[in-house]
Design a protein around this ligand. Structure first.
Ligand code: ATP
Ligand code: MG
Length: 316
């Protein structure tokens, strides 16, 4: 409904991007950063930019990195009352370097930092009016897993909505505890947003159509399939919309999935149709890969509209 607030619980980080490719973070090179990051934060920043009411729940240190992320989130309209500023620990940090084939190496300093030492503030969320987005990567962290699952159960029981980005990194999925809670979230979410590689990993024996059929269960109303450069597909009950990928120059693909998701859920929460939400998200995801830095590629509705207008060809 109109009073719904989109919330995420999870890691808030800063990221440093190596300007040298193919060195796997082993060589001395120029880096840029600190870029605001963390999948739940990127997602929510974009949802707020789309005009949705949001609350971010997470933690940062009382340091420059933490202040820079909070300032960005606030500037973009994200609710930050749920962010714990931890005097005793420092803000989480990630380093990333790319290979020419598009793959990437990450080093995360997350466990034991301010980024996984926080609490969900009592009374901040009204469960029945919450649209809780779960980024599965956060479930790999035991401290965050407990907080996320407690809130998932509260929101589901109260009739609020849940969305899930399954982000099936192999190391994550080998963890039986993660697998179990992921299945639980999948069973109570209304909106599921796998990439094609997530689907292949979760359902190696099923065709895409069979996997969609399998997933469109009692609760799941919308499935979004993210296809990278090839675009996206949105499937609802009795409707399907395929969006071709926009041709863009890929500079930094990190964060495109979260930007896509934040655009899509941000619009859905405000009552947009699946077609409109998918079209806008597909454009936002394409724009996201053209800028260095995971959150730097997020965009406003006006920027998305201008991009789509330009892509639809010259006016008569
Ligand atoms: P992430 O690496 O953030 O986890 P993801 O695998 O979840 O990403 P992608 O499929 O890579 O998600 O990207 C999300 C969406 O962004 C795509 O469905 C598409 O709409 C858009 N997109 C991503 N990469 C490109 C690209 N190179 N060209 C055009 N559009 C893109
Ligand atoms: Mg992803």
């Amino acid at each position: 409904g109109s009073r719904c607030t989109i919330a995420t619980i999870g890691e808030i980080l800063v990221e440093f991007v190596s300007h040298r490719r193919n060195c796997g973070l082993t060589e001395i090179a120029d880096y840029s950063g600190p870029y605001p990051s963390g999948a739940p934060a990127i997602f929510l920043d974009q949802a707020a930019r789309m005009g949705a009411a949001t609350e971010m729940i997470g933690g940062v240190g009382a340091d420059g990195f933490g202040r820079s992320v909070i300032a960005r989130l606030q500037a973009d309209g994200v609710g930050t009352r749920g962010i714990t500023v931890n005097e005793a620990r420092t803000t989480g940090v990630a380093f990333v370097s790319y290979y020419d084939d598009g793959s990437r190496d990450f080093i995360f300093h997350l466990t034991g930092t301010a980024s996984d030492h926080f609490a969900v503030p009592q009374g901040l969320l009204v469960p029945a009016e919450t649209f809780l987005h779960v980024s599965a990567a956060s479930l790999g962290n035991a401290a965050m897993r407990g907080m996320i699952m407690a809130t998932v159960r509260e929101v589901a029981a109260a009739g609020g909505r849940i969305s899930l980005d399954p982000n099936s990194r192999p190391d994550l999925m080998r963890d039986a505890a993660v697998r179990a809670v992921l299945d639980e979230v999948m069973a109570c979410c209304t909106c599921l947003m796998p990439s094609t590689s997530d689907l292949a990993f979760m359902f190696p024996d099923l065709s895409e159509a069979a996997a969609i059929e399998h997933l469109l269960g009692a609760k799941v109303e919308v499935i979004v399939i993210k296809r990278g450069a090839a675009g996206a597909t949105v499937v609802g009950r009795g409707e399907r919309h395929d969006f071709a990928g926009h041709s863009v120059e890929e500079v930094d693909p990190t964060g495109a999935g979260d930007c896509f998701g934040g655009t899509f859920v941000g619009l859905l929460a405000q009552g947009a149709s699946l077609r409109t939400a998918g079209e806008q998200a597909n454009a936002a995801g394409a724009m996201a890969v053209t800028r260095r830095g995971p959150m730097e590629g997020n965009s406003s509705p006006a920027e998305i509209a201008a991009f789509l207008k330009q892509r639809s060809g010259p006016l008569p």
